[in-house]
Design a protein around this ligand. Structure first.
Ligand code: NAD
Length: 254
């Protein structure tokens, strides 16, 4: 038996996850599918998405992968329609996709700026808009937007990403009252440094390991599943009066 919680309110719930093919998003897909939810997930990475869906083919409801470039609003709309047609009205949205690629402030062009906003911010807004009528028809729902402690900690090296992630907290605060009146909750799930395969490959070195030991209150790596378990709670009825918050899961980074 699992040592972790199961949530009866997630059984048969339709959950849409963006950027679900790898990293934290893949852990969301797996955890929600294992709770008996009907998971639709979108990603650019077609081979990765198909591989993940194949590993979950024995779930109560095998997840449905829809290849999609979320920076294209029309493609996002088509993908949401496909998930809805497969499973019914969407009750949980996890706005997860992003790209924390490093960049220099001095080199930023307007085109690169627009691309970064499209990758890291705009789809969160329009995916939320796309599922609004579904959640209204269900009498409520939960939107979980992935933020970041990166901008809160004043990290250098990704100013456009930091700006987009800060704006997500603003979006959540700006929507919580309007959505709350309709029993739709919206929260920002804020990861610290989560050691995904990509982080390990690109950024985690000896200096990073030393920083984790020095700055994180808890020893060891923060993992995708630590975020997934928080997302299960925020999606389930157990958190029914939680909205408009930043939920930080960072192992105590101070
Ligand atoms: N890993 C961390 O330490 C960390 C820290 C703070 C915040 N976060 C946030 O958590 C979320 C997940 O992080 P991660 O580390 O797993 O990210 P990741 O870069 O490893 O994975 C993101 C996923 O989104 C997909 N994606 C990117 N652009 C897309 C697009 N235009 N269309 C469709 N799919 C697209 C990628 O293919 C990938 O599967 C992100 O919102 C990120 O900003 C992560």
């Amino acid at each position: 038996m699992s040592a972790f919680a199961t949530y009866p309110s997630l059984i048969d719930k339709v959950v849409l996850i963006t950027g679900g093919a790898s990293g934290i998003g893949a852990s969301f897909v797996e955890h929600f599918a294992r709770q008996g939810a009907k998971v639709g997930f979108l990603d650019l990475d077609q081979p990765g998405g198909e591989r993940l869906a194949a590993t979950l083919a024995d779930a109560m409801h095998p997840p449905r992968f829809v290849p999609c470039d979320l920076s294209d609003p029309a493609a996002l709309d088509r993908a949401v329609t496909e998930v809805r047609s497969a499973f019914g009205p969407i009750g949980v949205l996890i706005n997860n996709a992003a790209n924390d690629v490093r960049h220099q402030f001095a080199d930023t062009t307007p085109a690169a700026f627009d691309q970064s906003v499209a990758t890291n911010l705009r789809h969160q807004y329009f995916a939320t808009q796309a599922v609004l009528a579904d959640m209204q028809s269900l009498g409520g729902g939960s939107v979980i937007c992935l933020g970041s402690t990166g901008w809160m900690r004043k990290n250098a090296g990704y100013p456009m990403y930091a700006m987009a992630k800060a704006a997500i907290s603003g979006f959540v605060n700006g929507m919580a009252r309007e959505l709350g009146q309709q029993r739709i909750r919206i929260n920002c799930l804020v990861p610290g440094w989560v050691i995904t395969e990509k982080q390990q490959r690109l950024w985690l070195d000896e200096e990073g390991e030393a920083e984790i030991r020095r700055v994180q209150c808890m020893p060891g790596h923060l993992l995708p599943e630590d975020l997934a378990r928080a997302a299960l709670f925020l999606a389930a009825d157990d958190s029914r009066m939680c909205t408009g918050q930043n939920f930080i899961v960072d192992g105590g980074w101070a």
